[in-house]
Design a protein around this ligand. Structure first.
Ligand code: NAD
Length: 303
């Protein structure tokens, strides 16, 4: 895949998709971007990325289509269509490669890939980890569900957006790996929040306590890279009013996917279930749009 000539349609330019599209553009790919939100379009436009009027305009004639959308229903609507509207798969040329990096259910990923296969279009699921910082820095981890040959086609593009690329298995396996990871992350963020709130209630300086735990057995990604206590880490969403980052409602969606899957395979995930309920309560309290680390508000002493 020659990066100077490959035309890539990039659909979904939010907190993650925007920086990912910009990185591909900077790497020399001919990116044509689209998002339903004019604000999201303006952000990539100001970085020099051409924006199309519709998803179809972006995708027609592209050899690769990448999507970074919120949830299963958005991905299914885009590719399979809804309410009498045709989906993109009806229009893509045979041989087009679709890379869906959204976090969705493995069953949706498989459904889209199966329909695509009947039209000669290959679909891979390539959800990511690494947060908005990783999307901007091009250091994401991709968890890929794909036939090996399709992953090799996608690899040069993925390498421009990420540092670690794992082949989890066949189509759908990337999504399964992703929900296992995010179930753990959701639990770790609540545990980290509880420990920091307990320390603060006892008068400990959260920065000092964070450093102590970072160098002790409580060290973990939520504490070290995404500290939920405002002021501890300048670059973390907690220090920016919990704006941007990874929305509480997106974490809630991922924990729901993990629970649905656990029900299907009869797995015991008691902490994952409790974490889902806690993020749901936090969302019901009006915090669904805030970064998920704001879940600390559930356990923090007021005033
Ligand atoms: P976001 O809400 O910031 O962005 C999603 C974008 O999709 C929005 O700009 C929205 O307007 C657009 N959109 C929705 N439907 C569309 C359509 N039909 N056509 C075009 N655009 C459409 O979400 P995000 O944080 O960028 O997350 C995207 C995906 O990545 C989610 O599945 C999320 O779970 C996953 N994810 C997010 C993070 C993170 O840290 N934010 C990390 C890893 C994975």
């Amino acid at each position: 895949m020659q990066n100077k000539i490959t035309t890539v349609a990039f659909i979904g330019l939010g907190n993650m998709g925007g920086p990912m599209a910009i990185n591909l553009h900077k790497a020399g790919y001919a990116v044509r971007a689209f998002d339903l939100s004019p604000d999201a379009c303006d952000k990539v436009k100001s970085a020099g990325v051409p924006v199309s009027a519709t998803a179809l305009d972006a995708a027609l004639g592209a050899s690769v289509v990448i999507s970074m959308l919120p949830a299963s229903q958005h991905v299914e609507a885009l590719y399979l269509g809804r309410a009498g509207e045709e989906g993109l798969l009806e229009k893509l040329s045979s041989g087009t490669l679709v890379i869906d990096s959204s976090t969705i259910s493995a069953s949706s990923a498989i459904k889209v890939a199966q329909v695509a296969a009947t039209r000669g279009v290959q679909v891979i699921d390539a959800p990511v980890s690494g947060g908005t910082g990783g999307a901007i820095a091009g250091s994401l981890t991709f968890m890929v569900g794909a036939a090996a040959a399709d992953l090799e086609r996608a690899r040069p593009l993925l390498e421009k957006m990420g540092q670690n690329i794992f082949h989890a298995g066949a189509v759908g396996a990337g999504q399964t790996a992703k929900i296992c990871n995010n179930m753990l992350l959701g639990i770790l963020m609540i545990g980290t929040s509880e420990a920091l709130a307990l320390g603060a209630a006892n008068g400990l300086d959260p920065k000092v306590l964070s450093e102590i735990m970072r160098r002790s057995s409580g060290g973990n990604w939520a504490l070290e890279k995404y500290n939920p206590m405002p002021g501890v880490m300048e670059t973390a969403p907690a220090s920016k009013g919990y704006a941007g980052g990874f929305g509480t409602d997106l974490m809630l969606k991922d924990l729901g996917l993990a629970q649905e899957n656990a029900t299907t395979v009869r797995a015991a995930t008691p902490l994952g279930g409790l974490a889902r309920s806690l993020y749901a309560a936090h969302s019901l309290a009006g915090h669904g749009a805030l970064d998920f680390s704001s879940v600390i508000k559930l356990v923090q002493r007021k005033g």
